[in-house]
Design a protein around this ligand. Sequence first.
Ligand SMILES: O=c1ccn([C@@H]2O[C@H](COP(=O)(O)O)[C@@H](O)[C@H]2O)c(=O)[nH]1
Length: 273
Amino acid sequence: MKISKLVSEIHRKKSFLCVGLDVDLAKIPKHLLNEEDPIFEFNKAIIDATQNLAVAYKPNTAFYEAYGIKGWQALEKTIKYLNSNFPEIYTIADAKRGDIGNTSRMYAKAFFEDLGFDSVTVAPYMGKDSVEPFLSFPDKHTILLALTSNEGAFDFQTKLTDGTEFYKKVLATSRQWENSQNLMYVVGATKAEYLTEIRAIVPDSFLLVPGVGAQGGNLEDVCKYGMNKDVGLLINSSRGILYASNERDFDKAAAIEAKKLQLQMEKILSTLT
Ligand SMILES: O=c1ccn([C@@H]2O[C@H](COP(=O)(O)O)[C@@H](O)[C@H]2O)c(=O)[nH]1
């Protein structure tokens, strides 16, 4: 999907919400476990209930890989369902890949060509040749981990290398790579106080921001420091939406949580115009 299309959907829906599809069979309503494909049925119900409130969906592949072949098939069905029924919705494979170039090429093919995702998350640790194979796909986006939402972000990402924090090096260096217009970055909502400095380095890039809800990040703070002229933010919530209820009303409960976030976003967007 082109960025311009994503931006126009954000304005049309008055939302920059990304719903994270992190399906845990231990947490979904028990009645779904009798279905042939409980993961897909859960996702379908969540998507149907929230698609008017969200501009993006982000399955984290760990939650599918954990269930073997059935999990991967459920992931395939989920992305096909999204692409055929809601082509205006932006899709993110949260897979955190990245390897030597020859292998990254195969990861890129898997997520962009075979599965048909709009974007994939990639770890920058192995450097330029591990990321560039993802960047060569037109209108597909590589979402590079910059400053993550977890506590471990302080182990390496904020440490100085040549006098600069490592996450800033990731941002500044990756901007020089070929096809860098296809880059986005992950910045945790729990790191809102870093966003002003991040925006000074990547003023125009979209940021995928996980960590509101269950991890305690604050939406207003993220928007205050992280928004750019195109909005430039996709705010992800997974558990806070998916597991609002584990009863038969789980999809309605998910929609209520998604609506709360969408209304906050609508209010913030109205201050821009
Ligand atoms: O820095 C990061 C990068 C990725 N994630 C992923 O986002 C979701 C967050 O789930 P919640 O349930 O809303 O906390 C999950 O898939 C993480 O693996 C992240 O949290 N932080």
